[in-house]
Write a protein that binds this ligand. Structure first.
Ligand code: SF4
Length: 688
């Protein structure tokens, strides 16, 4: 009928979490009629979570940025694109000429496409001459990537959802997939309930998966490395290690076995607070299972020892032969829909696309030839070092797109102060973010429904999303804006479609050799490494690990003592995500559907602590850390115990934001902030 003829159905990929659900968006003009999943969607089939189903109305929000803005004193005025681009070219050009290429830094977006990340790092490296480019994986899974790089050689999940689903034993450490990766969690729940899969959850908060688990471990905060190593030692002491696998496929076993000497059950009981029975039961369950997957997230990585604990997880899987077979492997769960892709496509200070090092002469000369320029050979600054470099006076300007750095970096009071010191700051986003408040020029960008591109999910799966709407107002797709800025700096680029950008990336990075838009039509997807003939690699390490010898490496690690607070900060503050909101909520708070359901955040307090302090649900408290304070509303719940508090990170209100309380301490190897090591004191407010 005439009515139906105006309904458009367009395939897209979810813009929220790293699970990577795909579905059709049904639209009429600019109205989103519904989200229709398909049995053919490779990750989710007919499932979605609340965000994928209902969280799209932010696209039509009246708060969208629709014109470029230029700072005049302490206010912003609308400008034309020509004015904004000319100003950027003048300022960035001037700062580069005066202070050198490395005085400018570039922050990429894990919400944007592979193609946008690719041309952003190309811009930073080839036009601006610096490797100072990074993305928000440094706030989350960089420690996991580096733990994987040390042991198995590649920074991605070992297999796919299918492996997680068919594994005999799933171990979840420091993650809450029921809220953070809902559709993936659904698969585990189903396998556990219907197909005899066993489930161990280690988490200091009794989240939904912990409630369902056959075994819930509640270690002391920051002690995971110790209990993981003790379980591995116990397995080896029992003679349960995978002897053939270790002999044939793994290097460094003797040295590693010796390094486990301190991790006795006694020591692990004392440090982690877990019981001997729990530790032995964990070891037995691993021994009894033909295949084991370990899933982990921020509860592991956001500590000063995050890389080492991630390494301990990989060591445990290697010692028990749990790599390279269906149902096995290491699965750091990626947060943003395209944080995997942002890393994969080179927005990192040490890597070109496909994890080839910028220090490798042969690799660099391949890019120099293709791009026709000389490229910097030294790794650049990561995002943590960038903030420090502003303080030191060596970093003068930044260009950031699709990233809420002022709010999501730890110790945000300090980060905001540093952003205020920049000589010139370009922020490109779909909304006027908190970070934009510090900008000199704000560029209006388009969300995924207004452009073409690809995203890569936590499984390394590359999926195509298609344009549904025209860009709102004068907003433009990020890849166009980056090209416009590059051309204002004299690049002379002429990409007319993201497919051309992907073709260039695939021609240069062997990891993506056979990736092409033709092969990504419809519901098709490709899982990297992708061979030149287009074939995917769903399960890694079936024959070889990603080192020259083809063998994996056991990597001895030692435990970092948790941060010792001063006595006055007597409570531990944990934090994490919520099902309904995504992270700080820059998009979900613009969705009326979702905002209506969950309008703000809250502080979870244990019944014991509530009784001791004489407070109930609804009480107002102030949390104070050495770095700042936050005012919060209490929910009393037995999900948390004793002196451990929990604060969901979703809020648009700076006075209740977790990063008013976090420190600038970081993981030793990757500089990932130790968001999970916070000590606070709690003051009950009288006006409750
Ligand atoms: Fe989107 Fe993740 Fe929800 Fe799937 S599980 S619909 S990818 S937010």
């Amino acid at each position: 009928s005439m009515r139906n003829s105006r309904i458009e159905k367009t395939k897209t990929v979810c813009t929220y979490c790293g699970v990577g659900c795909s579905f059709e968006v049904w639209t009429k003009d600019r109205h989103i009629l519904k989200i229709e999943p398909s049995i053919d969607a490779p990750v989710n089939g007919v499932s979605t979570c609340i965000k994928g189903k209902w969280g799209w109305d932010f696209v039509n929000s009246e708060e969208r940025l629709t014109r470029p803005l230029i700072r005049q004193g302490d206010r912003f005025v609308e400008s034309t694109w020509d004015e904004a681009l000319a100003l950027i070219a003048e300022k960035l050009g001037g700062i580069k000429a005066q202070h050198g290429s490395d005085s400018i830094a570039y922050i990429a977006s894990s919400k944007c496409s592979n193609e946008e990340n690719y041309i952003f790092q190309k811009f930073a490296r080839s036009i601006m001459g610096t490797n100072n480019v990074d993305n928000c994986s440094r706030y989350c899974q960089s420690p996991a990537t580096s733990g994987l790089m040390r042991t198995v050689g590649m920074g991605g999940d070992s297999g796919t959802m299918v492996d997680i689903q068919q594994s005999e034993l799933v171990i979840i450490v420091g993650a809450n997939p029921a809220e953070s990766h809902p559709v993936l969690a659904t698969r585990v729940k189903r396998a556990h309930k219907l197909h005899g899969q066993k489930l161990i959850v280690s988490d200091i908060r009794k989240n939904e998966m912990a409630e369902r688990a056959d075994l819930h471990l509640h270690p002391k905060p920051g002690s995971d490395l110790v209990w993981l190593s003790a379980v591995t030692k116990y397995i080896i002491d029992q003679g349960w290690e995978a002897v053939d696998f270790l002999n044939n496929r793994v290097e460094g076993y003797e040295e590693y076995r010796e390094s486990l000497a301190p991790y006795t059950l006694d020591y692990a009981e004392q440090v982690s607070g877990l019981t001997r029975e729990q530790l032995i039961r964990t070891a037995e369950m691993i021994h009894e299972s033909g295949s084991v997957c370990i899933l982990w997230a921020m509860g592991v990585t956001q500590h000063r020892g995050g890389t080492d604990t991630s390494t301990a997880i990989c060591n445990l899987l290697l010692a028990t032969g749990n790599f390279g077979r269906p149902g096995t492997g290491a699965y750091p769960l990626r947060g943003h829909n395209n944080v995997q892709g942002a890393c994969d496509f080179g927005t990192m200070p040490s890597y070109f696309p496909g994890y080839e090092k910028v220090t490798d002469d042969a690799v660099r000369s391949r890019y120099e030839q293709a791009w026709g320029v000389e490229l910097p050979a030294e790794p650049g600054l990561d995002n943590h070092e960038m903030v420090d470099a502003i303080e030191e006076g060596t970093l003068k300007a930044m260009y950031l797109f699709g990233e809420e750095m002022a709010f999501v970096d730890s110790n945000s009071n300090f980060v905001e102060e540093m952003f205020g010191k920049l000589e010139f700051f370009v922020v490109q986003d779909i909304f006027f973010s908190r970070t934009a408040q510090f900008a000199d020029v704000v560029l209006p960008a388009s969300p995924s429904l207004e452009k073409d591109g690809t995203f890569t999910n936590t499984e390394r799966r590359i999926q195509r999303f298609h344009q549904v709407f025209e860009p709102m107002g004068e907003s433009r797709p990020d890849w166009r804006i980056i090209q416009d800025v590059a051309n204002a700096m004299g690049a002379g680029w002429n990409y007319t479609h993201p497919g051309e950008i992907m073709a260039e990336a695939a021609s240069l990075a062997p990891l993506f050799a056979g990736v092409s838009y033709d092969r990504l039509e419809g519901w098709n997807s490709q899982v990297w490494p992708v061979e030149p003939d287009g074939s995917s690699t769903e399960l890694l390490y079936t024959k070889e690990f990603a080192f020259p010898s083809g063998k994996a490496r056991l990597f001895p690690v030692s435990w970092t003592l948790p941060y010792e607070p001063e006595a006055e900060y007597d409570l531990h503050l944990n934090n994490g995500r919520l099902l309904e909101h995504f992270h700080e909520g820059n998009m979900t708070y613009q969705s009326q559907n979702i905002r209506h359901k969950v309008p703000s955040t809250w502080l979870e307090v244990s019944p014991e602590l509530a009784a001791e302090r004489g407070i109930e649900t609804g009480a107002k408290v102030r949390l104070v850390s050495p770095y700042g304070q936050a005012k919060l509303s209490v929910v009393v719940t037995d999900r948390v115990k004793g002196k451990e508090l929990y604060l969901p990170m979703n809020t648009q209100n700076a006075s209740e934001a977790i990063n008013r309380l976090t420190s600038s301490h970081t993981d030793k190897i990757t500089h990932t902030p130790s968001y999970k090591e916070i000590s606070v004191r709690m003051e009950v407010l009288e006006d409750r």
